[in-house]
Design a protein around this ligand. Structure first.
Ligand code: G1P
Length: 289
């Protein structure tokens, strides 16, 4: 079945970026000249996604407004002949069909997905994208995941290889390499110690979840702080003897959920930017001596 819908949980409070995120969503923080969330939506659309369900919370209205039309602004830009600026905003309201549902309490990423499920057909697999990871590459990472789904028709998880010493902040998988960057996963351990970790392949916040995985979610036992985690649903799924597939995507991931990752995204995407890239490079060379 074609993957047409994506769920993007954006309800998190962004505490790592306070005070910047006191009065604005962290997903709206600008990377070069676009809010981080726009990169993610554009990646979804470029991967064939037609409908996006954002799971939002109080204080996240700016995301909704960003992807809406703003007729007054369009009118004024047109009158002033600012055509380039006009083009940069006009298409945003038409990228995909968008829906916004609320997560009333911060009860985990699995709970966020559960908030969106009433709007997904019971037989329909969906993509889940976290609002933190910007991935740059020739082929959108989600498209690569969808290709793996189309081949195996089972759940797919985006994977990245990291030095073993860094695995403990992530979900880590175990399984076998079945070629072309694809892994057959039979183990999923959330935030293991270095000794426990079955590999150095970590889980990135991009997934394809199938109706079978969705059916497990409502029965996942809440963990720390009452949170329902997607990671637990994957681990339960594997316990039933099924496998998941991992896609070691080609591309560079910027973890915009923390300060250093966010700065790296600014620098690298800034260097590639057609308008300011060259001058920015000169400037950086000067600064670095
Ligand atoms: C979540 C997932 C984890 C994954 C990570 C990627 O953890 O539970 O498996 O590796 O996202 O960013 P969190 O960062 O919410 O603690």
């Amino acid at each position: 079945m074609k993957i047409r819908k994506a769920i993007i949980p954006v309800a998190g409070m962004g505490t790592r970026f306070l005070p910047a995120t006191k009065a604005q969503p962290k997903e709206m923080l600008v990377v070069v000249d676009k809010p981080a969330i726009q990169y993610i939506v554009e990646e979804a659309v470029a991967s064939g996604i037609e409908e996006i369900i954002f799971v939002t919370a109080i204080g996240k209205r700016a995301i909704e407004d960003h992807f809406d039309r703003n007729f007054e602004l369009e009118y004024r830009l047109e009158q002033k002949g600012k055509i380039k600026e006009l083009e940069s905003i006009k298409g945003l309201g038409k990228l995909a069909k968008l829906a916004f549902v609320r997560q009333p309490k911060p009860l985990g990423d699995g709970h966020a997905v559960l908030c969106a499920l009433p709007f997904v057909d019971k037989n329909e697999p969906v993509a889940v994208l976290f609002g933190d990871d910007i991935i740059a590459g020739k082929v959108p990472a989600l498209k690569q995941l969808i290709q793996v789904y189309e081949k195996y028709e089972d759940g797919v998880i985006a994977l990245e290889e990291v030095p073993k010493k860094n695995v403990s902040s992530y979900g880590v998988i175990g399984g076998k390499d079945i070629g072309n960057g694809t892994w057959e996963i039979n183990q999923f351990i959330e935030k293991p110690s270095i000794e426990e970790a079955p590999s150095n392949l970590i889980v990135i916040g991009q997934y394809i979840i199938t109706p079978e995985i969705m059916n497990i979610l409502p029965n996942v036992k809440p963990g720390k702080g009452g949170e329902i985690r997607l990671a637990d649903a994957f681990a339960e799924y594997l316990k039933t003897g099924r496998v998941l597939y991992g896609c070691k995507f080609e591309g560079t991931r910027y973890d915009c959920g923390n300060k250093l990752g966010f700065l790296k995204a600014q620098v690298e995407l800034g260097l590639k930017h057609p308008e300011v890239g060259k001058d920015f490079k000169k400037y950086l060379k000067k600064v670095l001596g």
